[in-house]
Design a protein around this ligand. Structure first.
Ligand SMILES: Cc1cc2nc3c(=O)[nH]c(=O)nc-3n(C[C@H](O)[C@H](O)[C@H](O)COP(=O)(O)O)c2cc1C
Length: 321
């Protein structure tokens, strides 16, 4: 297992938590760090909203020291807003700036950001060069392997990134048109890694030792990023690290372990947002914890109406594993 260095920042390992909008807030990132994640990211943040001092956006940047080092991910379609947002984030004490060049969601692409930028290499080069020159902290990017299956756009973007002073590239190895389903294209990913001179991190469909090894066995792949499977399964980071260091295989988390994480998550969420809001925010995440339980629908319905920690404690007592 490599101890990666991104610019001047040393990471404990090369297994990262993926940024996931609406999911990877501060409470979840703290749990992922406890579970051994080498690096966590904020949810993607609109560069323009940050510059307009949007209250909701500012709240996404409430970060606890336990999360450090932390990367803040921004999206934007023009040099001015991305650069100034990066400067603002640096001034706020963020450790690493990540620029989103891989999001296919319309809300993002209609602003010229995310994958909308991937087909405009000249503009990407200008944005990256300006941001790197404007902040004295590492700047990284997250991209897709291509826009449609079979296309490798990553090789040329990596070249641009290297020439612009970018310190690391994360590649989601599914094409943008695949969204978040289907298999990552490991052949194209290997092709993209071949000529890279900066760390390349693989992402997409990593769920266990086998799928993690599929990426890490590729020459020049410096690390991996884990997304949805980490929710309620935060020890996946330590387990994978243990596997790569000591060849120790371990089991998927038990239902008991998941319930322990759920309790910790609820407590963290309440601490961060307050009792009522903390529980409301947890509603959209409960399914990741309970979907394998025999009475999942009933538990979900109960969860969706609770507003106090004592309601939650009563519910936990009646959950049958
Ligand atoms: C609900 C959701 C929100 C996401 N939000 C972001 C985001 O804000 N920024 C980003 O770069 N990728 C985002 N992604 C993509 C993930 O970072 C990751 O690339 C993707 O989930 C594939 O990894 P996985 O197969 O391990 O889940 C999101 C994915 C999901 C499912």
């Amino acid at each position: 297992m490599k101890n990666l260095k991104i610019g001047n920042i040393s990471l404990n390992n090369n297994i990262f938590l993926a940024p996931m909008a609406g999911i990877t807030d501060s409470p979840l990132r703290i749990l992922a760090k406890q579970g051994g994640a080498g690096l966590v990211y904020t949810e993607m943040i609109s560069a323009k909203a940050l510059l307009y001092n949007n209250e909701k956006t500012n709240k996404l940047l409430k970060i606890s020291n336990q999360e450090r080092p932390i990367a803040a991910q921004i999206f934007g379609g023009d040099i001015h807003s991305v650069t100034n947002a990066a400067i603002k984030l640096r001034d706020m004490g963020i450790d690493i700036i990540d620029i989103n060049l891989g999001c296919p969601v319309k809300k993002v692409t209609k602003t010229g950001a995310g994958i909308a930028l991937l087909s405009n290499e000249r503009l990407i080069a200008k944005i990256l060069e300006k941001v790197v020159k404007s902040v004295d902290i590492p700047v990284t990017i997250k991209i897709r392997i291509g826009l449609f299956p079979g296309q490798n756009i990553a090789t040329s973007i990596i070249k641009i990134a290297q020439n612009s002073g970018i310190k690391m590239v994360v590649i989601h190895a599914r094409a943008a048109s695949q969204g978040h389903s289907g298999k990552p294209d490991l052949k194209l990913f290997a092709e993209a890694c071949l000529t890279a001179k900066i760390p390349i991190i693989g992402n997409g469909g990593i769920t266990d030792e086998k799928t993690a090894s599929d990426f890490l066995n590729i020459p020049n792949c410096s690390g991996i990023m884990v997304g949805r499977v980490a929710i309620g399964n935060y020890l996946i980071f330590k387990r994978l690290e243990d596997f790569f260091n000591n060849r120790k295989t371990s089991t998927i988390p038990s239902k008991e372990e998941k319930m322990d994480w759920l309790k910790q998550h609820v407590n963290c969420s309440i601490k961060h947002y307050g009792e009522k809001k903390g529980l409301i925010i947890m509603r959209k995440l409960t399914n990741y914890y309970i979907r394998d339980l025999p009475n999942a629908t009933k538990i979900r319905d109960m969860f969706n109406t609770m507003t106090t920690i004592s309601d939650f404690n009563k519910l936990i007592k009646i959950i049958k594993l």
